[in-house]
Ligand binder design. Structure first.
Ligand SMILES: Cc1cc2nc3c(=O)[nH]c(=O)nc-3n(C[C@H](O)[C@H](O)[C@H](O)COP(=O)(O)OP(=O)(O)OC[C@H]3O[C@@H](n4cnc5c(N)ncnc54)[C@H](O)[C@@H]3O)c2cc1C
Length: 594
């Protein structure tokens, strides 16, 4: 489908300093018939084929897992972003987001899926030679071959470039690989591995390695907290001779592959978590409607409505942020000159939106964990036992905060990558921070009151939140300069502010667009956006105060806190009433209302 219209390239992070017209934002309300069809195909596969196989998958029936991989491939789900000549179906990034959301209906299979589609197919498509693409992609996309991604080692997870696996170059140009990879998804049965190793013990590089090559073996299955239906093993490489043309990309450029693959992986993980969040809302709404205590359905108690309303508002903000970002990535790709067979535009677009991808990963995994926890709580004692779904969700979801870069690492990356863009002049953030500093000194400081249209107060609050980003980031850069990267707590506060600002902004734009298009449930959109902004503004104020207090004291701090108060003058809204409306709509529908 690859969109063809050329337009000015959109830039990652620009939302922070440039206004956005709500009608231009991609939202789930704008899905095409093609999007709906892929949603239906993926849903039928997960509900009809994968969920019924849960028992056998959890018994580690990898022959069945391979059958499911083949079925998934035959439906085109591994190849949504791959051109037809390599066996793909070449859809847009929104379709990929939809597939990721739906696949989350089975957390274990979603992990298997991610290892294949995101971590094996994509690196070969984006970095492989024509011969490598021709050789491996059709089999991987159709599911005839199963793939896995070997980056982590027992001594190097977050510090992935510290890998010890070696690839010793031989006189004939081939390499001999030795080392051990750890926690590899699909490790027990994959045929093809992307393996990261240091050429001659020094130059971090990637290779395509086949299981059938002598010296490749899997270690024992890990006994995990959750994801029991997904294979996780070490991969042992014992003097494996690999041909020269197994090198993926260039010697010493493995980090480019590892980091870019993670960019998209993080975005898709955010989408999977969004799908999981909606499942938890559905289960919680249904249980709350049917469970009676004191002769009353628990759904009618305010404390339960609070939970359902908050779960819905958070899911709405996440959803809005993901579709908006997918739309931006798509527009970026559409604006680049596309060459046949070339993954370059995709690669560049994913690099451009790396900050947003990390935001998706952190916000997605933490929203899902929040929703699961509340779903479990709504289930009471039943939530704690195996016969009801929240117990399994609880165990399965925990790893989302660990893999694809831990949430701590992603929190450091979010402001870090943004500041790099600022320093390189790719985004005029420094000028914006300087302008804000001047504004803070002026008596008329604040966010201009630009009318009373739909969600005008919330839009002003979001504009103020973005200024808080500039204020805290500007102060941090002035205070620490190059040494800012050592101030992890300040960076993490800044990440929290950015995550809340971007998701609240996305929620407001989507609700404004829903109102503009006079959707029948536009008022529910407004309710969700108002709760999201109100809560985000509160958290942002707290994070900003903590960050500023870590960087200054005395009169300087007092002046900054006064400026923060003037900037963030957000009048609280009645979130009790808003959450009740959202909860009632959720219970009436028996699930997520948007
Ligand atoms: C079920 C499962 C499936 C997986 N699948 C794969 C796979 O298919 N392929 C693959 O290559 N890997 C895979 N992994 C590995 C996963 O990516 C790593 O576990 C993850 O990157 C974290 O690395 P680590 O476990 O070594 O933790 P560590 O890096 O040791 O981190 C421990 C703690 O320290 C923190 N920390 C580390 N460094 C810093 C720092 N600089 N600053 C602040 N805090 C820091 C972390 O955030 C974390 O809280 C999988 C893991 C699991 C559990």
């Amino acid at each position: 489908m690859a969109t063809a219209t050329k337009e000015a390239a959109v830039r990652g992070g620009a939302w922070l300093i440039e206004p956005t017209d709500p009608s231009t934002v991609m939202t789930p309300e704008k899905l095409t018939d093609e999007h709906k069809l892929i949603h239906q195909t993926a849903t039928e596969f997960i509900n009809g084929e994968v969920i019924p196989a849960t028992g056998r998958l959890e018994q580690k029936d990898w022959a069945l897992q391979r059958e499911l991989i083949k079925k998934c491939g035959s439906l085109g789900l591994f190849g949504t972003n791959i051109p037809e000549e390599y066996g793909g179906v070449d859809l847009d990034k929104i379709s990929t987001l939809i597939v990721s959301e739906v696949i989350s209906g089975h957390a274990s299979f979603a992990t298997t899926f991610g290892a294949q589609a995101n971590l094996t197919v994509l690196p070969i498509y984006m970095f492989g030679t024509e011969a490598q693409k021709q050789h491996y992609l059709p089999g991987l996309v159709s599911g005839e071959l199963a793939g896995a991604y070997g980056l982590s080692e027992s001594g190097s997870g977050s510090d992935a470039l510290g890998a010890k696996t070696k690839a010793m170059k031989q006189p004939d140009g081939s390499y001999v690989l030795s080392g051990e990879k750890m926690w590899i998804s699909n490790g027990g049965f994959a045929d093809v591995f992307i393996i990261f190793a240091k050429v001659d013990g020094e130059h971090f590089s990637a290779f395509i390695v086949e299981r059938k090559w002598p010296g490749v073996s899997s270690g024992k299955e890990e006994h995990k907290l959750g994801l029991h239906g997904s294979s996780t093993t070490p991969i042992i490489l014992q003097d494996v001779r690999v041909p020269a043309d197994a090198l993926l990309g260039e010697v010493g450029k493995g980090h480019k592959i590892a980091f870019n693959v993670l960019n998209f992986g993080r975005f898709k993980l955010g989408a999977m978590c969004s799908g999981g969040t909606k499942i938890n809302i559905r289960e919680a709404a249904k249980y709350a409607a049917s469970r009676k205590q004191f002769n009353t359905p628990i759904a009618s108690f305010g404390a339960i409505k609070h939970k359902l309303g908050e779960m819905t508002a958070r899911a709405y903000a996440l959803d809005s942020m993901l579709y908006r970002t997918a739309g931006l990535i798509e527009r970026r790709i559409a604006a680049s000159p596309k060459q046949a067979n070339d993954g370059t535009p995709t690669l560049q677009a994913l690099e451009e939106f790396a900050v947003e991808a990390s935001i998706a990963k952190v916000l997605g995994s933490e929203t899902l964990d929040f929703a699961i926890d509340e779903n479990l709580q709504i289930h009471g004692g039943n939530g704690f036992v195996h016969d009801y779904p929240p117990e399994g969700h609880y165990r399965d979801a925990r790893v989302n905060r660990i893999f694809e870069g831990t949430n701590e690492i992603n929190r450091l990356l979010i402001p870090g990558m943004l500041m790099k863009k600022a320093v390189k002049g790719e985004l005029p953030l420094l000028a914006a921070a300087k302008a804000l500093q001047d504004e803070i000194m002026s008596p008329s400081m604040g966010v201009p009151d630009d009318g009373d249209g739909v969600l005008a107060a919330e839009a002003r609050a979001v504009a103020a939140c973005k200024k808080v980003v500039l204020m805290v980031a500007g102060t941090a850069m002035q205070r620490y300069g190059q040494k800012l990267e050592q101030e992890q707590e300040v960076l993490s506060f800044l990440a929290d502010i950015l995550i809340d600002a971007y998701s609240a902004d996305s929620a407001v734009l989507r609700a404004q667009d829903a109102a503009g298009r006079q959707l029948s449930n536009a008022s529910l959109h407004e309710d969700a956006a108002r709760v999201a902004v109100n809560e985000a503004a509160g958290r942002i104020e707290l994070a900003a105060r903590s960050a500023l207090a870590a960087m200054a004291d005395g009169d300087v701090l007092r002046t900054q806190l006064a400026a923060l108060r003037r900037l963030l003058k957000v009048t609280p809204v009645n979130t009790v009433a808003l959450r009740r409306r959202l909860a009632d709509a959720t219970v009436a529908k028996g699930g997520y209302v948007f």
